[in-house]
Design a binder for this molecule. Structure first.
Ligand code: PBG
Length: 327
């Protein structure tokens, strides 16, 4: 009899397939990014991310509650100030009454310790030029001047009640500077989620609409170049050495090789960010009837997990968490 060995045996019924499934998503590993916009009365749809909105402070609380009820593991908050609150140095980020900091407080009041409250530690949402840092005289982003502001941002977010800050600006030394500032201010227990390997790719397009970014150029002087792999490992090593509690690769689907290599290399938890463009691609194809939306969402998230992501940021977190309760 040939073949004697038949892998198909274990695929025959749903029960067999479930028994041998190697990777199974769970709500707790999903983190929901949320946008809160200053001055909104009603939530405002983001056209390039169908189903995602800029929240008012009130709708933010509702969305947080819904996510936590579904078992979502964490929330990542982005603040969107009004244009008149943007300036050269992004000072609205430091203001305790700035939209991100009050949004953090709202989340703490609504869901407290029942999930992990994370905040974006970056300046791009707050700067008039849209860059992730402050500009030097020649128009380039000044790394070290930006670090000093990141230190203050971290302390402001911790003071507002964030459990974890997400350093997403890709400045050299940002994790170390933020870690030291948090410790010095008495926030030793606030953790740092390091956006360690963050690539300057095309997949952040819809996010720019979500935060109404004023960026004209690009971020290639600080975010990584997509062809590079070894460089990502170097970034990750540096962040771990500087005290990162979790390291992240971003975007996810186009960088599964990087996720897998980082997972092999470090002992801290590894996260991945399924970014706005990844979301938009599936939503757009599904809206045209070209792919099965639910299956494509689950397959993409499962592939990110299979590559080695232990924690995944996704705009579908609540929906997927609810869906998983069916299985
Ligand atoms: C920077 C930041 C960005 C995203 C998360 N944090 C924008 C960028 O780097 O250009 C993108 C997230 C997404 O596209 O979903 N604060």
């Amino acid at each position: 009899m040939f073949p004697e060995i038949r892998p198909r045996r274990l695929r025959r019924t749903p029960a067999l397939r479930r028994l041998v499934e190697e990777n199974r998503l769970s709500p707790a590993e999903l983190v929901l990014p949320l946008f809160v916009k200053e001055g909104l009365i009603e939530p405002k749809p983001i056209s390039s991310m169908p189903g995602v909105v800029q929240h008012s402070r009130e709708s933010l609380r509702k969305a947080a509650h819904e996510a936590v009820s579904a078992g979502v593991g964490g929330l990542m908050l982005y603040g969107v100030p009004t244009d008149d609150h943007k300036d050269e140095t992004g000072s609205a980020g430091l203001d305790p009454a700035g939209i991100l900091n009050v949004g953090i407080q709202d989340l703490v009041a609504e869901v407290g310790d029942s999930t992990v409250i994370m905040s974006d530690l970056c300046l791009d949402e707050f700067t008039s030029h849209g860059h992730c840092g402050v500009l030097a005289a020649d128009g380039s982003v000044d790394n070290d001047a930006t670090l000093a502001l990141y230190a203050e941002l971290g302390v402001a977010q911790a003071a507002a009640g964030a459990h974890m800050v997400g350093t997403s600006g890709m400045m050299d030394g940002q994790v170390g500077v933020v870690r030291r500032a948090l410790d010095k201010a008495g926030y030793q227990d606030v953790s740092v989620l390091a956006y360690s390997a963050k690539y300057a790719g095309a997949f952040y397009g819809p996010f720019r609409e979500a935060v109404q970014s004023s960026l004209k150029g690009d971020r290639r002087q600080y975010q990584q170049d997509p062809p590079n792999f070894r460089e990502a490992l170097r970034e990750v090593d540096l962040d771990v050495a500087e005290g990162a509690d979790i390291v992240m690769v971003k975007p996810a689907l186009a960088y599964l090789d990087v996720i897998a290599a980082v997972r092999e290399r470090v002992d801290v938890p590894v996260a991945a960010y399924q970014v706005s463009g990844e979301y938009a691609m599936i939503e757009a194809a599904a809206a045209n009837g070209w792919i099965d939306r639910e299956r494509a969402i689950l397959e993409s998230l499962t592939s990110i997990k299979r590559a080695g992501s232990q924690i995944t940021l996704t705009y579908w977190a609540t929906e997927v968490a609810q869906l998983l309760h069916r299985f």
